[in-house]
Design a protein around this ligand. Structure first.
Ligand code: PLP
Length: 447
């Protein structure tokens, strides 16, 4: 790679969620091109992208039909605002197509630029909702430890990962956490019923601590905790939490920014969980990462409350790029691809991925294998019996990332020894087999 590009990056490009100093030392790796599930760096090194960029390129790279959809829209109408009662064809069509497929009565769609502002928007809408219902005291929010809900100023408060808070000093006194369901490391053990009962009790207890349901606005959960280490709750967990929220009149927000659009099998993971939330947030797979876009789905009662409450006044929430027509055109094409075989392929590839990862269970370093569909993780431990976490000192995660990279595989190496997988849904059998074989090689080199 040209040294000047590394130097220019070092000098000018501030990277997201990075140790700036470490990055300066190590230098950037430039991804130059990609096709299907394969990315090529600027030295010509080819790798299977086992993480679909950042769990987002669900359709895989190089789909001409997506490029065409964007180009056509750019030529026809590159921009239209949704303000002043205006709109664009693709945005309206995409909202309608999504509403048709969303669980239950999530009939209303507000488009954002990504996941963080989708979560942020729900907080604004929820405050508005309770004010319109004359329950302004319901202003406390609850989410899960190890949860990730983005890094916007307000929404980051729902995110429980320490790096997103250390040093930022933003007060989040109104945002609260309860423990994760983490089945591998739960103090109540791994029995599904016990894990669910513990979470239900913790939610009820937190609500009581906060002064009862009349103080609590909403509870947020990912159907599978992604950035917290791909933590898969027991079957029935989402439903049990949803039922508590309904009973206590607390809004339930399902954050499907990662799990949406085929990542776990169906278009929405909530459908598999038999859950209809009050709000559902998506991004990433919505446009397969080709262009930025996120969305907030609102259930019928939420939308009607906002609309009635505002009456002839404006609900003052929106962006210049809300419902961007180019992103919407891409979203429509990506949706067509999902239903034209990608979801089906993802389901098959997901079964192969899980089978392959499970075959590594006997490896001396592997403590846990977990996942659903094309979303998976293995957790490395020093001692399987004691589940001693893989040491986080001296950046082992970066070393594992490096080893995998050199072996032709992109994975996410979390700091605590968890390796994350979220390959494109277009993966062939040989892509999946390469992911498994290169993972095994990487683990052997890590022993
Ligand atoms: N919510 C969840 C569950 C996520 O995983 C993410 C990002 O990974 C976000 C929100 C934030 O999305 P974005 O990075 O598009 O702002």
């Amino acid at each position: 790679m040209s040294t000047s590009l590394i130097d220019l990056d070092r000098a000018h490009l501030v990277h997201p969620v990075a140790s700036y100093r470490t990055h300066e030392q190590l230098g950037v790796r430039v991804i130059a091109s990609a096709s299907g599930a394969t990315v090529t760096d600027s030295t010509g090194h080819q790798l299977v992208d086992g993480f679909a960029g950042l769990w987002c390129v669900n359709a895989g790279y190089g789909h001409e039909s997506i490029v065409e959809a964007a180009a056509k829209q750019l030529r026809t109408l590159p921009y239209a605002t949704g303000y002043f009662g205006l709109g664009s064809e693709p945005a309206i069509e995409l909202a309608a197509e999504l509403a048709k497929r969303a669980p239950g009565d999530l009939n209303h769609v507000y488009f954002t630029l990504g996941g963080s502002d989708a979560v942020d928007s729900t907080i604004r809408f929820i405050r508005y909702y309770w004010n319109m219902r004359g329950k302004a005291a319901k202003d406390q929010f609850i989410s899960l430890e190890q949860g990730y809900h983005g890094s916007s100023t307000i929404g980051a408060g729902l995110t429980a990962l320490p790096a997103f808070h250390a040093g930022f000093s933003v007060p989040y006194a109104w945002q609260h956490k309860i423990p994760s369901h983490n089945v591998y490391r739960n103090p109540v053990g791994s029995d599904p019923a016990a894990v669910i009962a513990a979470s239900v009790a913790q939610l009820r207890q937190k609500v009581a601590e906060l002064g009862g349901p009349e103080r609590v606005a909403a509870f947020y959960a990912e159907p599978i905790q992604g950035s917290g280490g791909v933590l898969v709750p027991p079957t029935g967990w989402m439903k049990a939490m949803r039922d508590v929220c309904r009973e206590l009149d607390i809004l339930f927000v399902a954050d499907e920014v990662i799990t949406g659009f085929g990542r776990t099998g169906p278009l929405f993971a909530c459908s598999e969980d038999d859950v209809v939330p009050d709000f559902l947030t998506v991004a990433k797979g919505l446009t397969s990462g080709y262009v930025p876009m996120g969305a907030v789905f609102m259930s019928e009662h939420v939308y009607q409350t906002l609309a009635d409450g505002a009456g002839s006044s404006a609900v003052g929430h929106g962006y210049t790029y809300s419902a961007h027509p180019v992103s919407a055109a891409v979203g429509l094409e990506v949706l067509r691809l999902y239903e034209g075989g990608l979801l089906e392929n993802g389901r098959k590839a997901g079964a192969r991925l899980m089978e392959g990862l499970n075959s590594l269970k006997n490896h001396p370093l592997v403590g846990d294998v977990r996942g659903r569909g094309m979303l998976a993780a293995i957790e490395l431990v020093v001692d399987k019996e004691k589940k001693t976490p893989f040491p986080a000192a001296a950046q082992p995660s970066r070393r594992i990332f490096d080893r995998a990279w050199n072996n032709g595989l992109v994975i996410r190496a979390f700091a605590d020894g968890v390796l994350g997988y979220a390959p494109p849904l277009c993966c062939t059998d040989s892509d999946i087999d390469a992911i498994i074989q290169r993972t095994k090689l990487t683990l052997d080199q890590t022993l």
